[in-house]
Design a protein around this ligand. Structure first.
Ligand code: KG4
Ligand code: ZN
Length: 337
């Protein structure tokens, strides 16, 4: 098969990203412009500001990604232009998707609309070439917490999901409550390094039941404990909270792996950058005799290389997307069954 190079664009939330990926695995460039500073003052992503910031920086980010890949920015040798079309913030999605469609028309190459969640699932495949299926993937991001059995690229079975808050959302809410700033995940992880994970006894919801998860009770328990004991050190609260989240995430992944007789474990999404979660999943894999595929930290949080990788697979196996593919803020992952 001839080589196909894809320009991927990601603007679903608060990172403006572009990447050039050849044949789904060869990352020739990956540029990410984070809007963290812009939203930090507000303690969370402000959708209006995010959309406007994407508009401002997308053109230079694209030029940078093409230049770093050694491509002519006026007429790059590409096989397709791809963008995330959902889920995410409507105004933000529209910026990337419209740009990708316009470029695909201008350059006469196919457009591929990518599901952001599928992008996260492909992040691990980018860096781990020889995987056995099924792989149980725990996808933990700011908006989603999903446990899937991946039977191969494009073949996903739902095992479980959060019944309320996403894991990343819980990190962000607890961090905001503790005054640790935004984004909450890295802030909690940093504070937890100096804390005692056993300082607070916190609930592990649904630990021994099924494959669904729940984090809203844990979040409330943290708020109650801190209000009742204001002398508690933030470091201890952060460490205890993080331990509770990691315990549940790893227990569910293990149970999921047992249920489908998995051949490996895998993490994806922004929360997958969390050091203690990575270490705990690695230990679980060792105990179960299963390989653990961890994307590098940069590949866990939002980026466009994962969009380029997912788009390549989609283009080869399902074909291009119609140019009237709309942006869908609540797009779901295509599941088997
Ligand atoms: O995948 P992502 O970059 O964006 C979404 O698609 O949502 O995930 C962002 C989420 C945020 O909730 C952030 O707090 C969390 O990932 N996160 C972390 C860490 N780094 C990012 N959570 C825990 N530990 C981290 N090191
Ligand atoms: Zn994401």
């Amino acid at each position: 098969m001839t080589s196909v190079t894809v320009l991927g664009i990601e603007t679903s939330c608060d990172e403006t990203a572009a990447a050039v990926v050849s044949d789904g695995t060869d990352i020739r460039s990956s540029v990410v412009a984070s809007q963290v500073d812009l939203h930090a003052t507000y303690g969370g992503v402000v959708p209006e500001l995010a959309g406007r910031a994407h508009l401002e920086v997308l053109t230079p980010v694209l030029a940078d990604a093409l230049a770093k890949a050694g491509l002519d920015r006026r007429r790059p040798a590409l096989g397709a232009v791809a963008a995330t079309v959902g889920p995410g913030l409507m105004g933000s999605l529209l910026v990337g998707a419209s740009e990708a469609k316009a470029l695909s028309m201008a350059w006469g190459v196919p457009f591929v609309g990518v599901n952001h969640l599928e992008g996260h699932l492909f992040a691990a495949l980018l860096e781990h070439r020889s995987l056995d299926w099924p792989l149980v993937v725990l996808l933990v991001s700011g908006g989603h917490t999903l446990l899937v059995a991946m039977e191969g690229p494009g073949r996903y079975r739902r095992l479980g999901a959060t019944l309320d808050d996403a894991a990343g959302e819980a990190f962000d809410k607890v961090a905001r409550f503790l005054g640790l700033g935004y984004p909450g995940g890295p802030a909690i992880e940093r504070a937890a390094e100096r804390g005692d994970p056993e300082a607070l006894s916190l609930p592990r919801a649904l630990l021994d039941q099924g494959l669904d998860l729940s984090f809203s009770g844990l979040k409330t328990a943290v708020l109650r404990a801190v209000r009742a004991r204001p002398e508690l050190a933030n470091e201890d609260v952060a460490a205890s909270f993080q331990r509770a989240v990691v315990d549940v995430l790893v227990a569910k992944t293990r149970r999921g792996a047992e249920a489908v007789d998995a051949r490996g474990l895998c993490l994806a999404g922004g929360v997958a950058a969390n050091g203690p979660l990575r270490a705990a999943l690695r230990a679980a894999g060792e105990e179960m005799g299963l390989p653990v595929a961890l994307p590098s930290r940069a590949m866990c949080t939002d980026n466009a290389a994962m969009v380029g990788a997912a788009a390549w697979w989609q283009l080869v196996h399902l074909g291009p997307s119609p140019l009237d593919t709309g942006a869908d803020p609540s797009l779901r992952l295509r599941l088997l069954d």
